[in-house]
Design a protein around this ligand. Structure first.
Ligand SMILES: Nc1nc2c(ncn2[C@@H]2O[C@H](COP(=O)(O)OP(=O)(O)OP(=O)(O)O)[C@@H](O)[C@H]2O)c(=O)[nH]1
Ligand SMILES: [Mg+2]
Length: 407
């Protein structure tokens, strides 16, 4: 088994150096590979009235600016558009329904197109809005057609019901349950309004399959700090309700968006690493698709850091790691970790190991690239630090992969 994984990594290594040394132009992945990537992403379908705060939620979760989110949408139905995060290797996909509740809006087409795709339905309502019959009607239909679909109900714009001058509670006080109704740190008018909304949605939200999350995603100019108030609670709710196999890795990626110094790069790396594993497992694409995904990841990272890759030096650093360290230390580590997962070594075990190796090497490459790009940005050069990060990341990757497989 060790020889086998050693070969996998050594082969991966050669294609990888090819990717690094010929960074442009990126060929696109074929439809089958893209479908495999889509399948491993969690798709959230956002429904809510015009101006309820749907786009703000996408912007906040993805850590992107309005402009980035705005440019990243692809039309899906007449009224719904799709935004992938990260765009080329989504770990998360948002279906954003626009125009809901406007005159002439007919939900039938959106339900037919979006519901089969949706892993999670996120209803978005302003905390002071009680005219929600239309939305409840759609959720009822969704519940009937897909009883297992988890709902998250985001109650936005909390400050509309704060006393003057508006100010958030010192610590986020909500549980999204009846416990909140007696919590004195929540302004009373808001407490009553949120409770009434929970009650009115009770018929369409089965216990265990629905979570209410009060939040207030203000803009800096709103002058109501902190920004993203309620974001951790929203991520917790997604983690708790998303399909088990995605919950933890997805939440890890969303939490990583917060890491200021690396500008959310880790979330991108996770997205691309999972995409690499998904693409590698498509028989017709396999080894050819992998360097494409890795190349796209490196481009996307250099964009995040605003630093151009010095491709040659990066290749040199990774080349000095070469197959020795990677195959011996990384490979041995991977084999040990992955062997715990796979009781019987056979055909499926081979495919599982290949996917794990694709994931791990892509993840480690991305992490090493981050260290390298940070050095470039700071005008430093320390190949040992890059190499050390690569090896440490291989070990981390095995842990992440194992956790995902165990979920
Ligand atoms: N203070 C505050 N403002 C919010 C919140 N959510 C949205 N907004 C503001 O409300 C306006 C509409 O928010 P969007 O996120 O664009 O709403 P939307 O549901 O995408 O709207 P449409 O795309 O027009 O359907 C923007 O000015 C946001 O900044 C919130 O939780 N708190
Ligand atoms: Mg919008």
């Amino acid at each position: 088994m060790f020889d086998w994984i050693g070969r996998q990594i050594a082969d991966g290594w050669e294609t990888l150096q090819g990717v690094i040394l010929s960074p442009s132009p990126d060929p696109d992945l074929d439809e089958e590979a893209q479908a495999a990537i889509r399948k491993q992403a969690v798709t959230i379908w956002l429904i809510g009235k015009v101006q309820a705060g749907k786009s703000s939620i996408i912007r906040e979760l993805a850590g992107s600016t309005d402009a980035e989110v705005g440019n990243g949408f692809r039309p899906c139905t007449r009224t719904t558009a799709l935004f992938g995060f990260p765009p080329d290797a989504p770990i998360l996909r948002f279906l954003d329904t626009r125009g809901f509740g406007e005159a002439g809006y007919d939900p039938a087409e959106d339900i037919a197109t979006c519901l089969p795709e949706a892993d999670l339905v996120m209803a978005v309502i302003r905390a002071d809005d009680h005219a929600t019959e239309g939305l409840r009607g759609v959720l009822k239909e969704v519940r009937a057609k897909k009883p297992e679909a988890p709902f998250v109900i985001a109650q936005t714009c909390l400050h509309k019901l704060y006393p003057h001058p508006p100010r958030h509670p010192d610590a986020y006080p909500w549980t999204g349950t009846g416990l909140d109704d007696a919590n004195p740190s929540i302004p009373e008018r808001l407490r009553r309004s949120l409770a009434a909304q929970r009650a009115s949605f009770a018929l369409v939200t089965a216990p265990g399959l629905a979570r209410f999350v009060p939040l207030d995603f203000t803009l800096p100019e709103d002058d109501l700090p902190p920004p993203g108030f309620g974001r951790p609670a929203l991520i917790d709710a997604i983690e708790a309700t998303a399909p088990a196999a995605f919950g933890a890795s997805l939440a890890a990626a969303l939490r990583a968006v917060d890491e200021a110094r690396t500008g959310g790069a880790r979330a991108h790396i996770l997205g691309y690493a999972f995409a690499a594993a998904a693409v590698g497992a498509v028989p017709a694409v396999g080894a050819a698709g992998l360097p494409v995904v890795q190349g796209k990841m490196l481009h996307s990272l250099s964009g995040i850091f605003g630093v151009a890759f010095e491709w040659w030096t990066f290749a040199e650093i990774l080349g000095s790691l070469g197959t020795t360290v990677v195959v011996r230390e990384g490979g041995l580590f991977l084999v040990r970790e992955l062997a715990k997962l796979i009781p019987v070594y056979g055909q499926t075990a081979g495919a599982a190991l290949a996917a794990a190796a694709d994931f791990a090497i892509t993840y480690a490459l991305g992490e090493a690239a981050c260290v390298y790009l940070l050095q470039q940005r700071d005008g430093r050069r320390d190949p040992d630090e890059v190499a050390a990060r690569f090896n440490a990341a291989l070990a981390e990757a095995a842990t992440i992969w194992r956790r995902k497989a165990e979920e």
